[in-house]
Design a protein around this ligand. Sequence first.
Ligand code: ATP
Ligand code: MG
Length: 615
Amino acid sequence: MRLSQMLFVTLREDPAEAEIPSHKLLLRAGYIRRVASGVYAYLPLMWRVLQKVSQIVREEMNAAGAQECLLPQLQPAELWRESGRWDTYTKAEGIMFALVDRQEREMGLGPTHEEVITAIARDMIRSYRQLPINLYQIQTKFRDEIRPRFGLMRGREFIMKDAYSFDADEAGMKLTYQKMDQAYRNILRRSGVVFRAVEADSGTIGGSGSQEFMVLADAGEDEILYTEDGQYAANVEKATSLPPEAEPSPFKNYEKRETPGTETIEQLCKFLKCPASCVVKNVLYQAVYDNGMTVLVLVSIRGDQDVNEVKLQNELVKRAGNYSAKTVLALTVPDAAAQEKWAAKPLPLGYMAPNLADSYIKPAKPAPVGRQAAGRVAPKFLRLVDKTAVDLKNFVTGADESGYHVVGANWGKEFQLPDMVDVRKATAGDRAIHDPQQRLQTARGIEIGHIFQLGTKYSAALGATYTNEQGEDVPLVMGCYGVGVSRLAQAAVEQSHDKDGIIWPVAIAPYQAIVVIPNVSDTDQVQAAETLYQQLNQAGIETLLDDRNERAGVKFKDADLVGIPFRIVTGKSLKDGKVEVVKRATRETQELPLEKVVSTLSQWIAGEEGDGVNR
Ligand code: ATP
Ligand code: MG
C-alpha cells in the first residue's frame, strides 16, 4: 500500500481524551477514531491488526477442534428470561442494550451468547453420539459499560471471540477446557505478548474452575498475585494465602475503655498500644438481592486484614435462598444517604461491635400484597465472621458506643460467634499456601481471555438435554471461553511501545515492512524503492511505501509512530547498491545490498513471529 493513497493522518500532540500510552498512540498514529463514548472506528491499519489477531485466534480454535459459526447480535428477551438473566442484564448490571421493536417485542444486543447457543444446542443436540461439540464466533459485542475507557480496552462495542462447548459429562468438559487452555496460551504466545494464566473467580456461576489470561502491563485494571516458583498465580479477587500470625493480645481482662478519636484501626492501636492483629473490626455492608430485598451484613474480621468483596459477594449469593432470592445485585458499603433509608438511629461508626443491635434497623412497614420483598430491609443484621478473627483471644473490638471500645473480649463469652466465612483479601507479601517459604508477589494485568467450566447452569435452565448411553435425558455439560480480540490488539501496544511510538509484535503488525523514500524528487531513490516495494510484496512480506511528498524527518517520525517492525530507507548508500534497514524494536541499523533485502527480511520475520512469553 502506498501512503500517498491511504487515509493516513498522524497527530503530533497527545489527544486529550486518552490517558494510557496505548490509547494515545493508537489515536495519534491514526489507527482508531472515537465516534461516541466507548465506540470507535477501526481505521484501515487497525482493521489489519484486528484481522491478524482474529486469524491467529481462528487457527488455534480450529486446531483445538472448535468450529466457527456466527450467531445473531439481536437477541429475543424470551431467551434471556428463560435463563433468568433478562432483568439483571438490562436493569441491575444494566450492561445489555435493550430495545423494543415495532411489534412491541423486547430485544437485546448481545453482550454474550450463552442463551442463544444453548437454545440451539437444545434443538439440535439429541444424543451422546453428537458430543462433544465446540462452537465459536468472532463478532462485535455490545455492552453498555458504565465507565468505558482506555480506548479499545473497555469499549461499549468491541470484538470478542466467544466459544461454547457441550460435553456429555464433567470429565469430557474438563478435557475440552484443557484444550482451550492450551489454545489460549498458543494465541497469546503467537500474538507476541507477555502473559500469565491466573486462577479466576467463577463467581456466582460456580462450576469447578475458571482461568483468566492476563497480559502484564502497569495500566492493567486487574491485580495478580503470584509466587516466584511459578506454582501459583491468581487474580486478587480469587487469591488465597496464609495470613500473618496474630500477635498475642496485651489484655487479660474484659473491660470497656474510653478511646476517643479512634475510628480507624491505626488510631485505635496507637491509643491502646496494641497490635492490629488483636483487634476484631466490624465492617458494615449493604447487599441488595434480585428480589429487591436489602440485607445489612456485618463482617467481623481481624484488624490487620481486609475483606475481599468478591468473596463476600459469593458468600451472600449462597445465602440468597434465606431471603427468597436468587442472586445479589449490588454490594456496597452504605454511605450516609444509604444509612438514612434504613437506620433507626445514627450508627456508632468506628465503634461498632460484632453484636451491633438489630434495633439500629428501622422496623419494616407492612408490605403491599405480592410485593413483600421489593424495597424491604431484612430486620436483622446478617453477621459473619472471617476465619482470621475466629481464634482470637482477649481481643479488642467496638463497644457499640461512639468513643468506646472493649478489650479482653472472647467469642462465646461477651460475643456470640457469628457464621464463619473465608472472605479475607490476600495481599502481596503474604505467605503462599502451597509453600509458606514463598511470598506472594504483585503485578498488574489486562484481562484478555477468560475460560470457564460452566457445568449445567444454562443447559438446565433452558432444558438443553441429550440422551446418554444409558438412555436417560440429562443436561449438556458446558464450558465457555472468551477472548477480547480488540482488547488484545491494544494490550500488545500497551506492552510494547517507546517514546516515539508503537512497536508491533511482528505477527500482528498491520504491515511487516515500510519502504521510506527520503526524497521523492530523487529518481534513483524512487526507482529503488518501487522495485523493493514490489519484490517484498511479491515475496509475501506485507509492505508499505512512503512515497509522500514530505520531508524525510516527517516520514521517519511517522514510521516510528506507526510501529512497522522493519524500515527500509533508500538513502545515501544507494550509490553503493545498498539500503539502510532498521529494526523498529531495537533501532538496530544495517546496510544491506539491494538484492539481499527480501531474503534477510524473510528470515527475520520467520524468526520473530510468536515470541510471546508466558511468565
Ligand atoms: P471485564 O472484567 O474486563 O469487564 P468480563 O469479565 O466482563 O471482563 P468476559 O465477559 O469474560 O469479560 O468477556 C471475555 C473477554 O472479552 C474479556 O476477557 C475481555 O478480554 C473482553 N472484554 C470484556 N468486556 C470488554 C469491553 N468492554 N471492551 C473490550 N473488551 C472486553
Ligand atoms: Mg465486564
